[in-house]
Ligand binder design. Structure first.
Ligand code: KG4
Ligand code: ZN
Length: 336
């Protein structure tokens, strides 16, 4: 079955053709990053307008690169939530029009679940596993029992991890997107230069799997003098390394706790921050965990993960009608 996947939830206008939920025939990603860079963040109205301008061309390119036409496509999958609603609506409207005009089945795909499906495009992973979904808008630790059956174990109580990377990088002028810039700078820095406080949240006497990034972000931006070790020079690289270590160690601590408490030793990561080299090395080298990461090209937003998960949904009979709508929020996840 050939599925066309369409993604427009944020600042990537993307489309892909995937066979049977595994084999990527094409994966076109038109990034708007350069056009949002002067604001050091995504401008929602600009994102929607660019999606509206680009989407037809992106979908045509995805079909051409897969060497097929709409006649060969068996179904259309489109991100319908969560994300910037104006941006989502462009993809949803385009997909509905295409599905109607070509008489193809349509399905709406949850972007968060699709990030978790991205590593499964490269290799099969057995359920259950602990999922780590880390992006500019989300930081979730969950138990996954199926491709759309997840229970949230922990989440951020304030900023998302990617957002913290972006805000710190913006403040210090490191570049945009901030996570990529900090990752690059950190490689030549020494994390011992600054010992940031890393909160470990409790509910009553019990440890929770939740994380919090607003304190770390404020410490990095406003209270550097308090935490800097004077034995080390105040370089961008040292700051980036120390911030990255604190941000990622916080996630890994919670992930290990979840693995210990549930007895599930398989970790699957997805989302833009899953591209982080320190996160990948800490988890890959952990002696008792089996960790699966998407290839770097599939960490950020892309149409292949939408087509991949869309295939599973269409295969079990899910269908969206022409009343399919976009939603800015994730809804319906169980919280343990
Ligand atoms: O999944 P994604 O492309 O879009 C959202 O759904 O948000 O994730 C984007 C986020 C941004 O915050 C970006 O700074 C972060 O992922 N990011 C990284 C890295 N590459 C992208 N964060 C840390 N290290 C990276 N290498
Ligand atoms: Zn995303």
């Amino acid at each position: 079955m050939l599925i066309l996947g369409i993604e427009s939830s944020c600042d990537e206008c993307a489309a892909a053709v995937v066979r049977d939920g595994r084999q990527i025939l094409s994966n076109i990603i038109a990034s708007q990053v350069e056009l949002h860079a002067r604001w050091s963040g995504v401008v929602p109205e600009l994102a929607s307008r660019l999606h509206a301008e680009w989407i037809q061309d992106v979908v045509s390119q995805a079909l051409a690169a897969a060497n097929c036409t709409m006649a060969d496509i068996d179904g259309i999958a489109v991100t319908d939530r969560p994300g910037l609603v104006g941006a989502l609506l462009v993809g949803v409207s385009f997909a509905k029009a295409l599905a109607w005009s070509c008489a193809k089945p349509l399905v709406g795909v949850n972007h968060i679940l699709a990030h978790l499906y991205a590593p499964l495009l490269a290799e099969p992973v057995e359920y259950p596993f602990i999922g780590l979904i880390v992006s500019g808008g989300h930081s979730l630790i969950c138990r996954a029992d199926g491709f759309d059956d997840i229970a949230i174990l922990g989440t951020t109580i304030d900023d998302a991890v990617g957002e913290a990377f972006d805000k710190v990088a913006k403040h210090y002028g490191f570049g945009y997107p901030g996570g990529v810039a900090i990752d690059r700078l950190a490689r030549s820095g020494d994390a011992r230069a600054c010992r940031f406080p890393v909160p470990f949240l409790y509910k009553g006497k019990h440890k929770t799997y939740d994380v919090s990034y607003s304190g770390l972000k404020t410490a990095a931006i406003r209270q550097l003098d308090q935490f800097w070790n004077p034995a080390y020079p105040r370089t961008d690289a040292n700051l980036a390394a120390a911030f990255e270590k604190a941000a990622i160690d916080m996630l890994c601590g919670k992930l290990l706790l979840a693995a210990e408490d549930t007895g599930i030793k398989t970790i699957v990561a997805g989302g833009g921050v899953a591209a982080n080299s320190y996160l990948r090395s800490v988890l890959a080298n952990h002696p008792s965990l089996r960790c699966f990461f998407p290839p770097l090209a599939l960490c950020g937003d892309n149409g292949a993960m939408i087509a991949g998960l869309g295939f599973r949904l269409l295969q079990r009979g899910d269908r969206a009608g022409l009343d399919l709508n976009a939603s800015p929020r994730v809804a319906g996840f169980r919280r343990t």
